[in-house]
Design a protein. Structure first.
Lengths: 455, 229
């Protein structure tokens, strides 16, 4: 029998048992629905993560650190017993192995590196704004990243790749709410003062005695007082709240030079002076960042390319997607038994028809094919119903999800693609065929004489 | 020409052994109408199954057009049935939920007749049983007589050389049964189809050219109507 005829007959048999066909395929549709959503969510998250990374990290950038734990590898970020290193840096109460000045120099000397920017850790004791003079604020402060250009709602930013001036600061939009500032145009150009305080050096017994002898009590007070510095800056621009830009939303941006000066001031006289937790290096255009990465890794540095960072984010996305897919597969396994049951009963019900077909010279193989294709049709139907349902529900829910978790306009967490859907439906047809194997074999082995025995 | 030589068939094993056919031999000329007559359990159905290649005897030969079909492999026997044999059953075995056309199409699909040729063959077969106006109807909407006519159309659609009819009028009232009988003999004469009817109805048997009487698995008598065949 020709395949097309078998497919047609299989389709007709299913049409004759509409309710049963529909119910059986609904079981598969549940699996198909879950899997389609899982695939869509995975794709959406990946696209979203991609967007975040590409709007925050230059593809030619390398993140270089000395401490594995910064990338979540080789131990947790906090606690635990770790080897002591004289060249370590402290941040938020955690101790990390840091890159020394000579490490930075080594990176700078690499022939394929265009630019090196250490991550300066600047922490101001407090910040005051000219337009809110009697209040003090605290905030994170970071160096302005020339490779990322946030949108501005007031003021202006220098051309791409250019730094802001050393006495300028870029303020994120979200700060205006806290500051209760309505007129953002007037805010641009107003002053911001960063108040930095360096703890005094711990004095040894001998030093205390010496100061007592030479300068007396006032001298001692002077020596143990924290050293402070005020830096006056002027607002250059207000950056727009961006969901895909991680840094733009929650820190003050100062120029790289200012950041270096402030960082040096904060760490002067300590072991952390001119040592950095991480360094951002830009690889020359046209050079594969991975080759530079390998070279630097030979010197004991831990290097991540933009792609690696993407991989880290994708690992999480893939894990979550894997869990959801697992549930979908469970639903499918349940539906497999549904198909086996339906098809088995169908074989029993159609004993006579099978007998007739065999009497008329139909090969057992073709009878088996007929039942397998019926199962494949059920898989196809279930797959299409589930996928369409998922697509419909997803499309309806997308705007709501975006709004609820604040993804920002134009970003959708459920992204439906055609090819994976087709692959899914084909796989479900194969699942159907596998489920139909046993009933089909039963049909093929039926004895036509027994089947046609007149009651 | 169908030659049946020394066919024996045993069902079951040892204590349950049942001798269905014992040393059955006869020959049927091409284009004849033959009745295999016997009571139920006489072995007439088994004989039909064996002659059509549905069942295999334990010993003997069945030579149809000089070919011993018992020598053929299963696949070849299936092909032989699809191309050379039509079946008509007591309880019709039409597919109730399928259309009349789809019912008749089944043997053509099994014999892998080209799609282009099917429609014409189906139309011819349905016209010859006077069911052409019901071509789009579902088989379940037909009356008993119409169903058997549909079954006849299905049996002859692929122009087989032999048609087996197993109690073709057993489920029909006598008026309808007579019409079916007339139709069968008409097709037998017109299309030169060898018609083999399995029946216990002696009136039907009398209308045939030849009668093979079976009792307890043995041929007891073969008689022919003397009309020159």
């Amino acid at each position: 029998m020709r395949t097309i005829d078998v497919i047609n007959r299989a389709g007709r048999s299913l049409k004759q048992a509409k309710v049963r066909t529909l119910l059986t395929s609904l079981a598969i549709a549940v699996g198909s629905f879950t899997l389609t959503l899982a695939l869509a969510a995975g794709e959406g998250s990946r696209q979203y993560a991609d967007k975040i990374i590409s709007s925050n990290i230059d593809p030619q950038a390398l993140m270089i650190v000395k401490d594995k734990s910064l990338f979540g590898e080789g131990g947790s970020m906090s606690g635990g017993l770790r080897e002591y290193s004289a060249n370590s840096s402290e941040y938020n109460g955690l101790t990390f192995k840091a890159l020394s000045a000579s490490d930075v120099k080594r990176i700078e000397e690499d022939k394929d590196i265009k630019k090196v920017t250490p991550t300066f850790l600047v922490s101001a004791r407090f910040v005051t704004f000219e337009q809110k003079e009697n209040k003090k604020y605290t905030t994170d402060i970071t160096a302005f990243d020339t490779s990322v250009r946030p949108e501005v709602i007031a003021g202006s930013l220098p051309a791409n790749g250019k730094q802001i001036n050393d006495d300028e600061v870029v303020v994120p939009e979200s700060f205006l709410d806290t500051l209760e500032i309505k007129d953002k145009q007037k805010f641009v150009g107003s002053g911001v003062i960063l108040h930095l305080e360096r703890p005094s050096k711990e004095l040894s017994k001998e030093q205390v005695q010496e100061i007592m002898i030479t300068k007396g009590i006032p001298g001692l007070e002077e020596a143990s007082k924290p050293i402070s510095m005020d830096v006056k800056l002027r607002v250059r621009a207000v950056s727009k709240k961006s969901v895909t830009s991680l840094s733009a939303s929650n820190a003050l941006f100062i120029s790289e030079n200012t950041a270096r000066d402030l960082s040096d001031f904060m760490t002067k006289g300590t072991s952390q002076y001119q040592s950095y937790i991480s360094v951002m290096a830009l690889v020359k255009p046209g050079v594969d960042p991975a080759t530079v990465k390998h070279r630097l890794e030979k010197h004991g540095m831990i290097v991540k390319t933009a792609k690696d960072l993407q991989g880290l984010l994708f690992t999480i996305v893939n894990l979550i997607q894997g869990i959801v897919i697992g549930f979908g597969v469970l639903a499918l396994i349940a539906s497999v038994f549904g198909i086996i049951n339906t098809q088995y009963i169908s074989v029993l019900e159609r004993t006579q028809q099978i007998g007739l077909m065999k009497a008329l010279g139909m090969r057992g193989r073709d009878v088996a094919r007929l039942f397998r294709y019926e199962a494949a049709w059920i898989g196809f139907l279930g797959g299409v119903i589930g996928a369409l349902l998922a697509w419909g529900v997803g499309t309806l829910l997308n705007p709501w999800i975006t709004e609820t978790i604040g993804l920002g306009e134009g970003n959708y967490i459920l992204v439906f693609q055609f090819i994976p859907a087709v692959v899914l439906i084909i796989s479900l047809m194969i699942v159907g065929i596998i489920a139909g194997y046993y009933p089909a074999r039963k049909a093929a082995k039926l004895d036509p004489i027994e089947a046609l025995r007149t009651e | 020409m169908i030659e049946v030589k020394n066919i024996s068939k045993v069902y079951g094993k040892k204590s349950n052994k049942f001798q269905a056919l014992t040393d059955v031999s006869f020959s049927i000329p091409k284009g004849a109408s033959v009745a295999i007559v016997g009571k139920s359990g006489s072995g007439k159905s088994t004989l039909m199954h064996v002659m059509s290649g549905l069942d295999r005897p334990d010993s003997g030969l069945i030579i149809i057009d000089k070919q011993n079909i018992l020598e053929l492999k299963n696949k070849a026997v299936d092909l032989f049935r699809a191309q050379e044999i039509g079946f008509i059953f007591q309880s019709f075995f039409v597919q109730a939920n399928e259309s009349v056309a789809d019912n008749v199409s089944l043997p053509l699909e099994i014999a892998q007749v080209d799609r282009a040729k099917r429609e014409q063959k189906i139309n011819t077969a349905l016209k010859s049983v006077d069911l052409f106006d019901k071509i789009k109807n579902k088989a379940k909407d037909l009356s008993g007589g119409q169903k058997q006519r549909l079954a006849i159309a299905r049996a002859i659609v692929n122009e087989p050389g032999i048609v087996f009819a197993d109690e073709p009028t057993g489920n029909l009232d006598s008026a309808t049964g007579d019409k079916i009988e007339d139709l069968l003999f008409e097709l037998n004469k017109k299309n030169k189809v060898t018609l083999i009817i399995v029946t216990h109805d002696s009136d039907l048997a009398k209308k045939c050219d030849m009668r093979i009487h079976i009792r307890d698995g043995r041929v007891t008598k073969i008689d022919k109507t003397g009309d020159g065949k």
